[in-house]
Ligand binder design. Structure first.
Ligand code: NI
Length: 202
């Protein structure tokens, strides 16, 4: 297994609709293992394959101590919303904003062996599933912001100083990229959004 480089906003792969997974073999198992290790390394709540440059419909998650992955996920969302909560994204370092998400969701898909899976969740888990499935459709959470938050987010990303933030994050992460499992740290190397008032960074 290996820790992979996380793509940053501006990379076209983050804006591409990912392809359904059709081949279930050792390569897919390695992808899921690497994504899981990468997510743990940056203390993330979730990671979608496009974020490590693979345009396939796979995400991993890690919420309240429960880890998993879903391949070719389809969400059935509740009609009502949960209270807005601050979200960050590993591909948009240094920023965090409250995002509107459906209260509950039921994610169906398959696991890396092609066996059907169904996971139901509310709160943070439902939020994570919606955030990650958006990634598979080329959507970033900043697209879902409105009003002043949206203006502030877009202005921050356009700001020349934002390049310095992303560079710092990439450099920090690069120290563990390519390393193998064993010395994975939890929290210590987080360059994502751990400093943002408990907002999940995915
Ligand atoms: Ni994200």
């Amino acid at each position: 297994m290996a820790i992979l480089n996380i793509r940053i906003i501006g990379d076209p792969v983050l804006r591409t609709v990912a392809d359904p997974v059709t081949e279930f073999g050792p390569e897919l198992a390695k992808l899921v293992a690497d994504m899981t290790e990468t997510m743990e390394d940056v203390d993330g709540a979730g990671l979608a394959a496009p974020q490590i440059g693979v345009s396939q419909r796979v995400f991993t998650y890690r919420i309240d101590g429960v880890e998993g992955h879903i391949i070719n996920p389809v969400l059935e969302n509740s009609e009502d919303f949960q209270a807005d909560q601050v979200e960050g994204c590993l591909s948009i370092p240094g920023l965090a904003f409250p995002v509107r998400r459906f209260r509950a969701t039921r994610a169906t898909g398959v696991d890396l062996n092609g066996n059907p899976v169904a996971v139901e969740g509310e709160g943070l888990l439902a939020r994570c599933f919606q955030h990650e499935t958006d990634h598979l459709d080329g959507i970033l959470y900043t697209d879902r912001l409105e009003g002043e938050d949206r203006k502030t987010a877009l202005r921050s990303i356009r700001n020349a100083n934002y390049d310095a933030i992303t560079e710092r994050t990439t450099t920090k992460r690069a120290k563990t990229v390519g390393s193998s499992f064993g010395g994975a740290s939890f929290g210590g190397t987080s360059a994502g959004g751990a400093s943002f008032g408990g907002g999940a960074t995915t």
